[in-house]
Design a protein around this ligand. Structure first.
Ligand SMILES: O=C(COP(=O)(O)O)[C@H](O)[C@H](O)COP(=O)(O)O
Length: 333
């Protein structure tokens, strides 16, 4: 039996960069995955490949990307869009269908982020202060549109340990001319009195309206509710998790403990357990609005949009055609 040919550099390097978080954030991961699938399609259609081999290689590329990080559903949704539109009887037609789908997908990403930004900006008033957590391009789009509308917006930016994505948010908000106050995560409750909105993104949204986002989002939302500060989630519809329509839960990624404590410090402390969950689930009752490119929704009604977009179940085109339905279950917060 001959072994499978290596996957393209585009797929291998993208998969490594997603796993190591060189490429991170749900929308950015989705775009990189679609580009990598296009790169694989170009490389595989080299004139010697049969249609069956092309199909098999593309699915293998999808699996390689799928296996990198489990929580952001934008990644499998990017694979659904690009591989799900692969069609044709010859290799050139198959390749062209994948390339067209990858281009359409990335165009949709740009449009969706722009459209949801306009919706989110309508919730922000002149003089408002937002509190952010992690780094979300969807959330930043809302601020950018508000600034473009001439509104003066300030931000309290949570650092977001252990990876400090708050530093990226602070940099990009400064580029927009927004006044930024950076705070450590544990100071959030103290500064909520100065905030008019909590504004976060999402990695996945479940059918019940639960929002899966960077670890610490749920605690922030509970504190914000107690303080009466509305919680707005900016999330384009590729963040809707279709497997949750059929009762599956969203797997929460556990990352390496060295992100939390270096090996020397850990050795000094002695025998301890270190846990490093990357995401948590904010129950829908703590979310005031989910802002998408199709308008804003109370979390409880997001399921209607999810059914419209995905039907009752979602394909898994990165799997072998005869594979039985794999599960998307795993530990949930
Ligand atoms: O939780 C994170 C990123 O986590 P990580 O840094 O672990 O990838 C972001 O809030 C969402 O992915 C949304 O981002 P966007 O709006 O850009 O899709």
């Amino acid at each position: 039996m001959t072994s499978d040919p290596p996957l393209s550099d585009a797929v291998e390097s993208t998969a490594e960069d997603i796993a190591s978080m060189e490429i991170r954030g749900a929308a950015t991961i989705a775009r990189a995955a679609a580009d990598a699938i296009a790169g694989q399609a170009r490389e595989t259609a080299d004139g010697t490949t049969t249609p069956d081999e092309f199909d098999r290689t593309m699915r293998r590329a999808g699996r390689r990307l799928y296996d990198t990080r489990p929580t952001a559903v934008s990644l499998p949704n990017a694979l659904r869009y690009t591989l799900g539109r692969m069609e044709g009887d010859d290799v050139d037609t198959l390749r062209d269908s994948v390339l067209a789908a990858a281009t359409a997908f990335t165009d949709r990403l740009d449009r969706a982020q722009n459209d949801l930004g306009r919706v989110g900006a309508n919730r922000l008033r002149d003089g408002d202060t937002v509190m952010t957590h992690c780094h979300s391009t969807d959330a930043l789009s809302c601020v950018e549109h508000a600034v473009d509308q001439g509104k003066d917006v300030s931000a309290i930016v949570k650092e977001t340990r252990p990876r400090n994505q708050g530093h990226i948010t602070a940099t990009q908000l400064r580029e927009l001319g927004v006044d930024v106050t950076l705070v450590v995560d544990s100071a959030a409750r103290r500064y909520l009195d100065d905030a008019d909105h909590v504004l976060v993104g999402a990695d996945s949204i479940a059918a019940d309206g639960g929002v899966v986002n960077k670890i610490g989002t749920s605690g922030l939302a509970v504190n914000a509710r107690e303080r009466g500060v509305p919680i707005m989630v900016a999330a384009q519809t590729i963040k809707l998790h279709p497997d949750t329509l059929t009762g599956h839960t969203v797997e929460i990624e556990m990352r390496d403990e060295t992100e939390v404590i270096d090996e020397d410090d850990r050795a000094d402390i002695g025998d301890i357990t270190v846990e490093n969950p990357a995401f948590d689930v904010t129950p829908p009752r703590y979310v005031d609005a989910i802002v998408t490119e199709s308008g804003q929704f109370p979390p409880e009604s997001i399921v209607t949009l999810m059914r419209e977009l995905f039907g009752e179940s979602a394909d898994r085109p990165w799997e072998e055609p005869d594979a039985t339905t794999a599960d998307a279950t795993g530990p949930t917060a």
